[in-house]
Structures are given as structure tokens and as C-alpha cells.
Ligand binder design. Sequence first.
Ligand code: DGT
Ligand code: MG
Ligand code: MG
Ligand code: MG
Ligand code: MG
Length: 258
Amino acid sequence: MANSKYEYVKAFEMPDTLIPNTWIVVRVDGRSFHKFTTKHEYAKPNDDRGLNLMNRCALETSKEFTDIVLAFGESDEYSFVIRKSCNIFERRSSKISSSIVSYFTSQFVYRWKEYFGEYALQYPPTFDSRAVCYPSDQNMRDYLSWRQADTHINNMYNTCYWALVLQGGCTPKEAEQTLCGTLSDAKNEILFTRFNINYNNLPQMYRKGSVIYRKMVTEQGIDSRTNEPTTKSKKRLVIDHIDIIADKFWNDNPDLLK
Ligand code: DGT
Ligand code: MG
Ligand code: MG
Ligand code: MG
Ligand code: MG
């Protein structure tokens, strides 16, 4: 078929291919979730409905895009790690990141009711996304360590801040001044002595964020023909709230880096 005279406009499209054989990380983040969480009266500093909905969206996204080997989430963000050899969409950055964020966002709306029940969604939420390449395994692990360290720092700050405001009778300004420049030890101390909160006993999901990956699990079953008990090893997508900074997680799951 003859080309139309308009087809020259295709030449204006710029290539955005991601470097071959590198880890691709797509991070999605809620747009103006300060406003969204306020409008929907999220519990402070952590709302289980909201966090579990985020986890569900990431689980469904990891099922849909099978090149995702691991996902890490905290607050209003999720990072999806895509295997190095992946060639989806010829590794075009905008195709990959837009497809992932679009699927994630539609899941968020689609499943809202499962997590918030009668509490209606007040307006359509938006997530942004970006794709970044990490050439070495260490770079990719350092990226994830950065996000998990961020989870800890933010959660500790927010836990103290909201204890001071909601239970301690501080104004937001006073709470901010109290915490300004404090290290983690001092925050632990404030939580313990003033509010009887042992930080280390708070839910792991708040302190460590959420990790989604395919884990080798053994399942007990019954052979339908012989009625004998069976054990099968299978990879299953799981949501964990564990440390991914130290080597242990990576040693326990060597397939992730293969
Ligand atoms: P952005 O990402 O630049 O469009 O702006 P925001 O407002 O989304 O800012 P961001 O992503 O840096 O911070 C996430 C916001 O979402 C932050 O204001 C805290 C809020 N948020 C996230 N999870 C929860 C939660 O479980 N409970 C409450 N109360 N707020 C949350
Ligand atoms: Mg931001
Ligand atoms: Mg945000
Ligand atoms: Mg955020
Ligand atoms: Mg098309």
C-alpha cells in the first residue's frame, strides 16, 4: 500500500530504547497523594487498606508482566525490577513504563472496593512512572536498598510526628521542631518514653515495606490416583515484609539474580 503524504511525521518520534542486558526498574508513584490520602481519610501514618491495595495492585502487575522478577513497595510508590534479558516492547522505555503504570492504576481503581468497602473513591487517582537501567547486580541491589532505607527513615519520622500530634497534643509546628535534627536513637526514645511505643514491635510492613517475588515453596498434596501424599516444589508469587539490604535474602533466593 502506498504511503500517505502524512507518514513523514513518524520521523519525529525519538527512539527511547533502554540499554540491552541491564536491569530495568520501573517506579510508579501516586501523583499528589498527600491530597489523595487526606481526601480519603487515610489513617496516619499508615493505612492498612491503602497499603494492602497497593500490594494487591503490584501483585497483579507482577502476574501480568512476567518479566518482573521482584517488586518493592512503600507509601504511594512501587518499584518493579525487570530481568536483564527482557525484550518486551523491544525495550522501549515509554512503552514499558506506561504499560506498567497504566495496568497498576487501573487495578487500583478496579480493586478499590475490595479494600475500602463502602468508602467510595472520590476522584480518579493518577500515578506517574519512570524506567531506569542498572547495569550491575550491585547497582540494582543498591537501588532497592535505597528504597528500603527510605522506608525506614520515613516511617520512623512519621510515626514520631503523628504520635506527637495525635497523642502528644503538639501542633504540627511543635512536632516538626521537636524532631528537627534528631537521630534514630532519639526518635526511638521519644516513642518509648512518651508514648510507650516500641518501634521494633510495629508491623514489619510499616518498617520494611513490601517485597513481591517468586519464591520456591513446597506444597503437600494427595495423588488423585494412588491417594498417596505428595510434595511438590513450586514457584509462587508471595508478598513478604523482609530485609532485602543484607545478603541473606539474595543468598536464600539465588534464582533472582540469574
Ligand atoms: P508527588 O508524588 O510529587 O505527586 O506528591 P505526593 O503528595 O504524592 O508526595 P510523595 O509521593 O512524596 O509522598 C506520598 C504522600 O502520600 C505523603 O504525603 C504521605 C501520603 N501517604 C502515603 N501512604 C500513606 C498512608 O498509609 N497514610 C497516610 N496518612 N498518608 C500516606
Ligand atoms: Mg514526590
Ligand atoms: Mg507521590
Ligand atoms: Mg511517594
Ligand atoms: Mg496500537
